[in-house]
Design a protein around this ligand. Structure first.
Ligand code: SAH
Ligand code: SF4
Length: 362
């Protein structure tokens, strides 16, 4: 249980930690030491921070804590993917997924418990929004992935593609990214952090001034009529606002940077050659690469994954028009850890498990 009366330093940026330490009457450089104890050495106990004076350690013990969220369960997939079910202090659950690949280890993090945006093909959307995560809950995910099990190699890449819409929790997400990038914390490079959004235009416009990361847009349709259906936030921020916002995001970046366009492949819905042609026209003025995501089905959802032929045809057309196009390999499918499956069966199973425990207690 997190002690609400104490400040949870896991969620502090280095600047915030400096102010906190100054307010305790200590020299600001102490913040650097504490920061690297937490984020580089994985230390949660002030008493073990041996380069701090004992009086400072005592003070910290009385006013602060370092508390990651709880790991409720870890499920491993034969392909090496680990899916963590994380229990927040409020009782909500979120999930994160660790995906080892040849040259990188990616962590897919959640920014909210549930999501309010109700995209028609997404399990998290079907669940509705419980609440946005705090900075300690977001940073806590990377902390857990690096330090929860000392035998695992550290994370090299972070993608905000778990539960929730990061740009409906911009402040906490960008502060967490600041810590991910900080050389005295995780020191990830900006090219290795990707924020995926369904297209909250005013927040995309602000994002470039807040933090320097890569941006992925969940486009999924080449016109407003279809996108209104699949990604309902499009009714509020239609393509004629979204595309300029994305162009604007790239304006002050290097000419090598581009937007990743995510496009879920839904059988008979958005996967025809005509859709591909329309997409090429829509993207003509945007520096981007395209990532096709075979739809991951989940119980109760009527959509079907496009046939392999349809996905290949779509890809080949885009490639013939010089778009770098990749097909996302489905990882962690066996544990419902693939995109958009977060919050599915596993959560129900776990809830069932709790019920069982309660019955036993009675
Ligand atoms: N809310 C953000 C980030 C989380 S979703 C967003 O929408 O971009 C991460 C990615 O998974 C998005 O591109 C989303 O559209 C996609 N996704 C959601 N449900 C999916 C499903 N069932 N199958 C495949 N991709 C899905
Ligand atoms: Fe929310 Fe993203 Fe799912 Fe849409 S796809 S409901 S924005 S988590």
């Amino acid at each position: 249980m997190i002690d609400q009366a104490k400040a949870n330093l896991l969620g502090f940026t280095r600047g915030e930690l400096e102010s906190f330490i100054k307010n305790l009457g200590e020299k600001p450089f102490r913040a650097n030491q504490i920061f690297s104890w937490i984020h580089q050495k994985g230390c949660l106990d002030f008493n073990l921070m041996t380069d701090l004076s004992s009086s400072l350690r005592e003070k910290l013990n009385s006013v602060a804590t370092i508390q990651p969220p709880m790991v409720e369960d870890i499920i491993s997939s034969p392909d090496g993917t680990l899916k963590y079910l994380i229990k927040l202090d409020s009782g909500s659950f979120v999930e994160m997924v660790r995906i080892p690949e040849k040259r990188r280890i990616t962590l897919c993090v959640s920014s909210q418990a549930g999501c309010a945006l109700q995209c028609s093909f997404c399990a998290t959307g079907a669940q509705g929004l419980e609440r946005s995560l705090t900075t300690d809950e977001i940073i806590g995910q990377l902390w857990l992935a690096n330090f929860h099990d000392a035998s695992l190699t550290s994370i090299t890449n972070v993608v905000f593609m778990g539960m929730g819409e990061p740009l409906q929790n911009t402040k906490n997400v960008t502060q967490s990214i600041e810590v991910f990038l900080d050389q005295r914390a995780y020191g990830l490079s900006k090219r290795r952090i990707t924020l995926s959004t369904s297209g909250i235009v005013p927040e995309i416009n602000r994002l470039g001034n807040l933090v320097d990361v890569s941006l992925a847009i969940s486009l999924h349709a080449p016109n407003n009529t279809l996108r209104d259906e699949l990604v309902p936030i499009n009714k509020k921020y239609p393509l004629e606002q979204l595309i300029p916002a994305l162009q604007n995001f790239l304006k002050n970046k290097s000419s090598r940077s581009s937007i990743t366009v995510e496009y879920v492949m839904l059988d008979g819905i958005n996967d025809s050659l005509e859709h591909a042609k329309e997409l090429v026209k829509l993207l003509a003025q945007l520096r981007c690469k395209v990532n096709l995501i075979p739809f991951n089905s989940f119980e109760g959802n009527p959509h079907k994954r496009s046939a392999k032929d349809a996905i290949d045809r779509f890809k080949n057309y885009l490639a013939s028009k010089q778009y770098i196009t990749t097909i996302r390999t489905t990882r962690g499918d066996e544990v419902d850890g693939a995109c958009g499956q977060l919050s599915g069966h596993l959560l129900n199973a776990i809830k069932g498990k709790h019920r069982k425990i309660k019955i036993q207690e009675i």
